[in-house]
Structures are given as C-alpha cells and as structure tokens.
Ligand binder design. Structure first.
Ligand code: BAL
Ligand code: ZN
Length: 878
C-alpha cells in the first residue's frame, strides 16, 4: 500500500450539486441507487476525468443524463471508477449491490444485532456507492429507504423526515432530506426494530427540537442519563459558545457492534451502546461520566466538525482536537473542573506521551498516512485538544471566544484546515501565533528543564528555562515551540506572592502569570522575592510537556499540602510517589531490600484523613502512579520490577495505615439513593481506593476478605460491586470463583455487563491470567467479531495488564500475534489498534524486545495483511 501525502492535496475538480440515494434493504442483497449532479469547476481542464471512490460492491448499472454507459465508457479499478469523457455538467446514476450481512469490518453499511446501521468516517461511504468520498466534497442529500416493515419498522437517515408510506409486499418507505451541505463521512442510515425515548429541547431562539434515542426494546430503561446529558450539552453549547442546534430533530441510535465510541453523523448520531445505556445496577460512575462526555462530544461536533469540516484527513484535529476541548470544558462545568483536568492529564502523560516517543509518533497534523484509520490517535485527539487549550491560555477567554466567532463567521459551510483555525484566532486577537503553529507540524513531547537560582541579598529568583524535543520518525531536529508556562510563587505558609518580573513593562504584582517560552534557552528573573518561596510551575498543566526541575522531596511535600492549584497539588503527589517508586524499582532490579520512607507514609496518612478536600481529588492523589506512567519514565522498561515495587508499596501502606483505611472506608459507606453528583462519586472513589489498599492484606486477613465479599454481595450499584469483584478476581479460590460465576449468571444477557466481567478477569493479577483469558475466549461470553468484547478481553490483557502481558517467556506476545492475525482478515481497524503494544519493543530488555520484535516480524511475513495492519507493523519494524 502507498502513502498519501498532505503536500499532494489538490481540490476536487467537480462540484456535486445534490445527491439522491435510494436504498432497497435486504441483509445479503441491498440495492443502492445514487443519482448525483456533477459540475466541472471553473478553470478545470475539460480533459480532467471524473474519479469516484468505491470498494466492496457490485456495479449493476451506470448512466449519464439517462443514457446507459457501457464498459467502454469507464474504467473500473480496485479503488473506484474513472470516467474519462464527461461533459461540464451532468447527472450520473449509479446502481450497485452490497452485502451488509457479510460486512464484519463494520465500515459502510452493516448489520448489528439484526439491525442495519452505517459507519462512514473516514472512508466507509465508498463501500456503499461510488462517490467522491472525501471531506471537501460537500453536497445536499436526500435519502429514500425501503425495507420490510415488520423486520425493520424504524427507517432513519440524516435531516428531516419528508415522506413516509407503506408499499406492497409488506415493505414500507421513508424519505429524509438534509438541508445542510455535508461530506459523505457524515452520512448515516439506520433500519431496525428499535424503541424510542423522546424528549424536547427549546433552543435559545425559541425553536422546539425533537430529541430521540433509539435502542433495542430490552434497553428501553437505560436511556434517561443519555437524554439528560444531551439536554445539558445543548444548553451548555448555547451558553458557553453561542452555538444553537439547527435541525428540527436530533437522533441517537445505540448499537452493540461498533469500531469507535460514537459517530457525529448530521442529525443522526450512531453510538456504541457503551456510551448510551446506563442504570446504576449495570453501569459504573465512570460509565455515567463517560456517557455525559461522549454524548456532549458528538453533539458539539454539529458546529465543530459538521457545519465546518476538514478539508482533508490530515486536518482531522481541526474537528477532533477542538471538539475534545469542548467536551472537556463541558464535563468540567458539569462536574469538578480540577478532577476532570487531572484525569485528562493522567491519560495524556501515560498514553499520548508514549505514542509521541514510539515509532507511530506523528504531528497533530500528520504529513502522510497509509491508512487514515490509524490516525484516530491520542495525538490527534488529546494533544490536539491541548493545543486549543494553549491558544485559550495565550489569548485569554475573551480573545479565544472572539477567535471562535471569527472562525465560524468565515468558514461556516466550508471544509478548512487547522491553519485556517489558527489564522482566525490570530486575526481576532492580534496575538502572533506564527511560532505556535509548530505544535501542529512537529511531533514529540517537548522537555522543559528549569533551574532556579535564588539571590537572597537582592531578593531575586531567576528561572533558567531550556526546552528541547527528542527526534521522532522523519523529524530529527525540532525548532523551539511557543510554550505557555503558567506559574506562581508560594510563600512559606503557602500564600501566593505578588510577581514582579524584571524588565517587564506589563502588569506587575499578579499572583499568577503565563510566561511565553519561545527560545531554546530563556531566563526569567523575579524581584522582591522573600526567603523560602516555592515555585509552582506548569499550573493546570498549561502545556503538554515534560517538566524536569530539581525540586526536593520536601518541596514536593510542601506543594502537595499547600499549592492553591489543585492540578499541581496532585502533580506534586505523583512526582513524590513516582520518585520513590522509581527508586524502589531500581532496588528490585538490583536485588536490594525494599524499604518505604516514613515521610511518604506520613504524607499519605495526612491526605487520607483530610475531610475538607473533595474526596475525588484525594482518591486521585492517593492512587499510586500508573504502571504505564512509571514505564514511560524508564530508559529500559522492566514491567516485573514496576509491578513488584508497586505491590510492595501497596502492601506496606496497607499494613501501616490499616486502621485509617478502615475508618475512611466506613465513613464513606453507601447511603441514600444512587446519585452521580461529584460528592457521591467522590465518596465511592475514596471508599473503593481504601478497599483496594486493604485488599493487599487479603485473603490472609480474613476480616478484610469478608469485607470485600460483603461489598460484592450487598453493593447496590455497579461501581461498588465491580470494584469488589475486581479485587476478588486477583485470587483463585472458592469465594472468587463463586463470585465470578454468580455475577455472570446474573448478567449474562447484558453484553455491556459481560464486558466488565471479561475485563475484570483480563486485568487479574493471577499468574495464570493468560490461561484464563484464552479459556474465556472459548465461551459464549466472548465473540471475536464484536469490537467491545475484543477490547474488554484481549485489549485489556495486552494494554492493561502489563506484568502478565510481558511475561518473560513471550507467551503474551505470541497470544497477541495470533489474535491480531485472526482479526485482521475481517476487521483491519481493530487488528491495527490491538497490535500497538508490540510496537514498543525497543523500550524493553533484550529478551522481551527480541520476542516482541519476532512477533511483529511473523505478522509482517504474512502474505495478506490489511493496509491498516501493514502500516502499523512496518512502522514498528522501521
Ligand atoms: N468522528 C469519530 C468519532 C468522534 O471522534 O466523535
Ligand atoms: Zn470526535
């Protein structure tokens, strides 16, 4: 497969004035008629042929302005059709047949639980009909759907319903018109036996919008939270961004078989059921929060993605980075902003930073791809959102909002680039973002190193800041980034001090400043700085960088207790725990005795007993740094040593603070009805954190073991029940087997709960975990064709159970290789995502790295590799 390059972009030579689609739905033989009006753009050569994308369908007929074409009039290639001699304006009618039932790649039109649905982003529309399947070709769609009325009583597509009638032979028809121009990736069709929950929303200009959530009948009682989230999102987008919904109807459909989380099709969002369905008995707090965030995200795309879309797929972050930022702000406003920020950064630091330092490292705006599906990455999404956040920081809220207004005013209805977005921000605010643009074109995580020098006599503090960025594939040298560095100075009692920058004409005396770091090396000097001040840097994680600084453990403990920036308080706790853990990892590797520093236990106890702080923040501060975060800090990753060191700390803290954990556990005990308020969620988080530490003493400590069993059997919500089951599943004994069996027997008809059951077992610390995973693959609970099941079992084992996946004998690698090889022939997207952990082989010891590489080489040697997997494997071996 050949790469596509950003530098080769050329506009499409034709405009498409309208597109009429007609579907005659049959599971194995769906007939698609598409009628499009094409018009050659001005100044385009008359010799320029019409090129249409298309794959995986049978061409039944083709006619131009009503005249049938013969095989001499066009060329049919693997990737589509070429029509060499077309007039300047014409209507082309294409009739094709497709087989949705056989479509296990879940791209284009397919069946999920017997219902038809579509997924067209990025390039699925070409599997439905021949068309210029690229985001810069926007047109108006009319969709007519005909199907058997009894089997498919609900027939949906984008826009407004304009016709509905019964036909002969038990079939019926609906016709939908979407008044908005859209690219093909936003097309959607759903047909099935679904029930609908309805509600309404009145927009700020007073229009009534019909809201509908369609699900299978068995899930009818699990839509309330998604509906509430949708209404909150619609109101929030009006208040915060001034964006009002634009159609008469907004529909969400939940399906069980879905490669992604959800899809923002115009007016008809199709969701992975995981991000719609929830009841307290079946869904955890995190599920509830994720539903709110994903429902928001897809809804927010209506303006940032649909009304203004991407010129080409290299611009994916134009809509994704911006929309992730918007959903983050929404969740922050609905819940606790500090908790949300910490969670975002925790994921960024452990996963996006890893991507940025591996063979798939790419800029937020990539320069080439073999398969665009491989670029729906943490870098494009999460780092892309950080770029938007940095612009807001540099421009201020008002400047940023002026930029958003200008962006919409200039580009509504267009397909544009990330550069257009930055230009709107610049033009609206007057802030020069020329150097800032490097964030879009340079890959890798910048490292900022800060040396501080205090001159007591002059009362001056100098920060000597250097920045660098490691080489990434194809980019050996980097230019300095424009980095917003938010900082404060805290006095000995924790009070923020007024800041006075030497040689600075701007505002002086503020308690917080954003420094613009733009050079490879830069000094910032502050005056009137008293003795004993501690600097609080990169507050609220003002840039996606790694910060290194010679902060002592005492200073970290001080920041942990006193920093008035909640993010930095958490960050100090992670740096302190991280430093200690990495020292212990080192001792494990050297075979030395492990000792836990008393100051750590004391700092831990102080936080644990703090009754003033938000319990969610405490739970985050008291959680040990993730294994993946620690791994990222190591030159050569040793998963076994990381595991041993973490388990040692967990056990030691549990031994020393057992009574304190019990006190807090009991204080946070479940009371009252289930609510997803920050306070209630926080109590459950803190309670389950305590139980998690205490579990390190079980099952030897029978009292603790019984407590876990008790929570499992009497827990009144899935958060508590699944937390307890996860702790039980770390052991192989009669109680834990009984708990796992009972749980499955209770929930075996609910796929989303079965996924949790699989995930819990895939994450187990049991030494025979892989054996259990392989056994589960052979049971009815698992299905290789269902992406959620694959992610819950295979994905969790390979990405969330580092110590077992990286077993020194290579059994985990061999397992992953076999599963990837099995899945690739029918679902390349999922296979390519699954293989990612093997690409990190250069970071491990010689034995592991040779085995991981060998697994990749074996995959590469296969004769039939999808483009998706080919790209991942070959980059991994480059
Ligand atoms: N556009 C694909 C799913 C999402 O990011 O919303
Ligand atoms: Zn999105």
């Amino acid at each position: 497969p050949q790469p596509t390059y950003l530098k080769d972009y050329v506009p499409y030579p034709f405009e498409v004035e309208r597109l009429d689609l007609e579907f005659d739905l049959e599971p194995h033989h769906t007939r698609v008629l598409s009628r499009a009006r094409y018009k050659r753009k001005e100044h385009v050569d008359v010799e320029e042929p019409l090129r249409l994308n298309g794959a995986g369908q049978t061409l039944l007929s083709l006619s131009l302005d009503g005249t049938p074409l013969t095989a001499l009039d066009y060329r049919c290639q693997d990737s589509g059709l070429v029509l060499p001699n077309v007039p300047n304006a014409f209507e082309l009618t294409v009739v094709t047949e497709i087989d949705p039932e056989a479509n296990k790649a879940l791209e284009g039109l397919y069946l999920s639980s017997g219902n038809f649905c579509t997924q067209c982003e990025a390039q699925g529309f070409r599997r439905i009909t021949y068309f210029p399947d690229r985001p810069d070709v926007m047109t108006r769609y009319t969709t007519t759907i005909r199907a058997d009325k009894q089997r498919f009583p609900v027939l949906l597509s984008n826009g407004n319903l304009v016709e509905q009638c019964d036909l002969d032979d038990g079939r019926h028809l609906t016709r939908w018109e979407d008044p908005f121009f859209k690219p093909s990736y936003l097309f959607a069709l759903v047909a099935g036996d679904l029930v609908c929950q309805e509600d309404a929303f009145t927009t700020m200009s007073g229009r009534e919008v019909l809201l509908q959530i369609y699900v299978e009948a068995r899930n009818a009682d699990k839509c309330d939270h998604a509906m509430l989230s949708l209404k909150k999102a619609m109101a929030w987008d009006e208040q915060r961004f001034g964006f009002e919904y634009d159609l008469d109807r907004f529909m969400i459909v939940a399906v069980d078989d879905f490669n992604m989380g959800a899809m923002e099709n115009k007016g008809l969002n199709v969701f992975n059921s995981k991000y719609v369905l929830a009841r307290p008995e079946t869904a955890t707090d995190d599920d509830f929060l994720n539903i709110e965030s994903v429902v928001g995200h897809e809804y927010f795309h209506n303006w940032t993605g649909n009304r203004i879309t991407c010129r080409d797929w290299f611009q994916l972050s134009l809509k994704e980075g911006l929309t992730v930022f918007r959903d983050q702000e929404f969740s922050a406003d609905m819940n606790s902003a500090a908790v949300k920020r910490i969670e975002e950064v925790r994921i960024l630091q452990s996963h996006q930073f890893a991507e940025d330092s591996g063979p798939m490292a790419h800029p937020v705006r990539p320069e080439s791809y073999v398969e665009i599906n491989n670029f729906y990455t943490m870098t494009v999404y999460s780092k892309g959102a950080e770029l938007i956040r940095m612009m807001q920081t540099l421009l201020g809220r008002d400047g940023f909002m002026a930029g958003i207004r200008l962006y919409v005013q200039r580009h509504d209805g267009q397909a544009v680039t990330t550069d257009d977005f930055v230009a709107a921000m610049e033009d609206a605010s007057g802030v020069d973002l020329d150097q800032f643009r490097r964030w879009y074109s340079q890959a890798g995580t910048p490292v900022i190193h800060v040396e501080q020098h205090y001159d007591g006599e002059r009362q001056q503090l100098t920060l000597d800041v250097t920045q660098s960025c490691p080489a990434t594939p194809g980019q050996p040298d980097k230019q300095p980034f424009h980095i917003p560095l938010r900082l404060a100075l805290l006095g000995p009692d924790g009070t923020p001090q007024p800041l006075h920058l030497v040689n600075e004409s701007g505002q002086q005396g503020a308690e917080e400043l954003v420094l613009s770091v733009t050079a490879a090396r830069q000094k910032f000097c502050f005056e009137q700085v008293g003795e004993g001040c501690v600097v609080s840097l990169l507050r609220d994680f003002s840039a996606p960088v790694k910060l290194t600084m010679n902060t002592s453990r005492d200073e970290l403990a001080f920041l942990m207790a006193h920093d008035n920036d909640a993010f930095n308080r958490w960050n100090a706790s992670q740096r302190l725990a991280g430093g200690l853990l990495l020292d212990l990892v080192d001792r494990v590797r050297k075979g030395q005795k492990l000792i836990l520093e008393p100051m750590f236990v004391e700092a831990f106890r102080t936080s644990l007993l703090d009754e003033q702080t938000d319990p969610s923040l405490l739970a985050l501060a008291l959680a040990l740094p993730l294994e993946s975060f620690l791994a990222e800090q190591m030159e050569e990753i040793d998963p076994q040593a990381i595991f041993t060191a973490r388990e040692f700390v967990r056990h030691e803290v549990a031994v020393q603070l057992k009574d304190d954990f019990l006190t807090v556990y009991r204080r946070c005990a479940d009371s009252g009805p289930y609510e997803v308020t920050p306070q209630a969620v926080g109590q459950r988080r803190l309670k389950n954190l305590c139980l998690g530490y205490l579990a390190a003493l079980a099952p030897q400590d029978n009292m603790i073991w019984q407590m876990i069993l008790e929570q499992f059997s009497t827990g009144r919500n899935m958060t508590d029940v699944s937390a307890a089951l996860g702790l039980l599943a770390d052991h192989d004994n009669r109680d834990s087997r009984h708990a796992l069996d009972t749980f499955y027997a209770t929930w075996k008809e609910d796929p989303l709960v079965v996924e949790k059951w699989l995930g819990i077992q895939a994450r187990s610390r049991r030494e025979d975990c892989l054996e259990q995973v392989e056994r589960l693959m052979g049971t009815p609970a698992f299905n290789l064709h269902n992406p959620n099941k694959v992610r819950s079992l295979i994905g969790v084992f390979c990405q969330g159970n580092s110590v077992r996946f990286h077993a020194a004998d290579g059994s985990g690698y061999d397992f992953l290789r076999r599963q990837v090889a099995l899945i690739d022939p029918f679902n390349p997207q999922i296979a390519a995502r699954l293989v990612a952990p093997l690409l990190r082989w250069p970071r491990y010891d010689d034995t592991r790295s040779a085995l991981m590489k060998q697994a990749l080489e074996q995959l590469q040697a296969k004769t039939t590799l999808s483009a998706d997997l080919y790209e991942m494997v070959s980059k991994g071996l480059d």
